[in-house]
Write a protein that binds this ligand. Structure first.
Ligand code: GLY
Length: 360
């Protein structure tokens, strides 16, 4: 078992992240031990409930099963879960546990952040995307009619339990969407300023076959590397006032793809892969990196057979990127590669961007 710790300087506290390859029932027993005799509400994804409900064996009165899909991360379900906690008479001493992917974690975490002004929250991510990204770092939110994640909070969990056994049942598309974020870490590793040299790019090149067959030991190591990188970033910049922005590598263009296709056609990871390719292309055109690095990055991405997306109208994409919540008043913010495994934030004026991209 790997036991990592996230130090939250603003609160002078820390929380553990356990990465363990034990039986799933064992993971849940450990959570109950941690809670001692406190009351809890587990928000469980419908898919997880179907596949692992019997093994998890959570009593019905402690469980809220949430349908799958981004559209469930809404005000209505926020209210339903809050009402459920109120009916159960959860107090500030009790806890909310999220068992599922990013939607469950974000929504249950947002309820936890507001319930009685904050109740303990435990994350059990069951998708690769949630293991390496959303379960770590305390971003919780719901979507609104005006956009995704527009109402939320930074609310750190009390503990995170990661068990790669859950990943066996992910379909290929879901697994690959997580792999997109994994590959992203390899392109930003040096900028994460982690004390330990993890060399994710080498790990991916050497182990990609084992990763693709979801060898448990390899996944355990892979998740450990990514979580260490994420911890290093969020410890230095919990509330995204600087360094944390590097985690958005590939996301400026990626979010625009998700918007233009109404979040329906492509997964988050598929859009992010395209966003990373866009960022590499832009970096070459801006002479930030040489072409060899771009070819090397293409090779890493090819190993994981990500789908190739169609071309989108540049005008429309620029318009959408300008509307991104991370854009400044006039400029679009891009995280771009500047060296092998290193990135920096750049603010680029839309007109300038058009000019750069049209220049062959
Ligand atoms: N998913 C990006 C972040 O946690 O900041």
């Amino acid at each position: 078992m790997v036991n990592l710790s996230v130090n939250i300087n603003s609160e002078n506290t820390s929380y553990p992240i356990f990465i363990e390859n034990e039986e799933i029932q064992q993971t849940f027993n450990e959570i109950k031990l941690l809670l001692e005799k406190r009351n809890y509400l587990a928000v469980v994804s419908e898919k997880v409930e179907k596949l692992y409900g019997k093994i998890l064996n959570i009593p019905r009165e402690h469980k809220f099963v949430l349908k799958d899909g981004e559209k469930e991360k809404n005000f209505k379900n926020y209210k339903k879960i809050t009402d459920c906690a109120l009916k159960m008479k959860l107090t500030r001493r009790d806890a909310i546990i999220a068992i599922g992917g990013g939607v469950v974690g974000d929504l249950a975490g947002f309820v936890a952040s507001t319930y009685m002004r904050g109740i303990d929250f435990i994350q059990v991510p069951t998708t690769l995307l949630a293991c390496v990204d959303s379960s770590v770092g305390g971003k919780v939110a719901i979507d609104t009619d005006f956009g995704k994640n527009l109402v939320g909070a930074f609310y750190q969990p009390k503990a995170v339990f990661i068990n790669p056994k859950f990943l066996k049942s992910l379909d290929d598309r879901q697994f690959k969407t997580g792999m997109a974020e994994v590959v992203k870490y390899s392109f930003i590793e040096k900028s994460c300023k982690c004390e330990e040299e993890l060399n994710l790019t080498n790990f991916l090149s050497e182990k990609y076959e084992k990763i693709l067959i979801r060898d448990e030991k390899t996944l355990l190591k892979l998740i450990e590397i990514c979580v260490k990188l994420k911890i290093s970033v969020v410890e230095k910049d919990e509330k995204e006032s600087g360094l944390r922005r590097i985690l958005n590598f590939g996301h400026t263009y990626g979010h625009a793809i998700e918007k233009i296709t109404k979040y329906k056609k492509f997964t988050h990871g598929e859009a992010i892969v395209e966003g990373m390719k866009f960022a590499f292309n832009l970096a070459v055109k801006k002479n930030l990196i040489d072409k060899n690095y771009k070819f090397l990055a293409d090779d890493v991405m090819k190993k994981f057979n990500f789908v190739v997306l169609p071309q989108f109208s540049l005008d429309k994409m620029i318009e959408l990127m300008c509307a991104d919540k991370k854009a400044t008043s006039q400029n679009i913010v891009f995280i771009l590669p500047t060296d092998y495994s290193a990135v920096e934030a750049f603010e680029i004026n839309p007109k300038e961007l058009e000019g750069i991209l049209q220049f062959k």
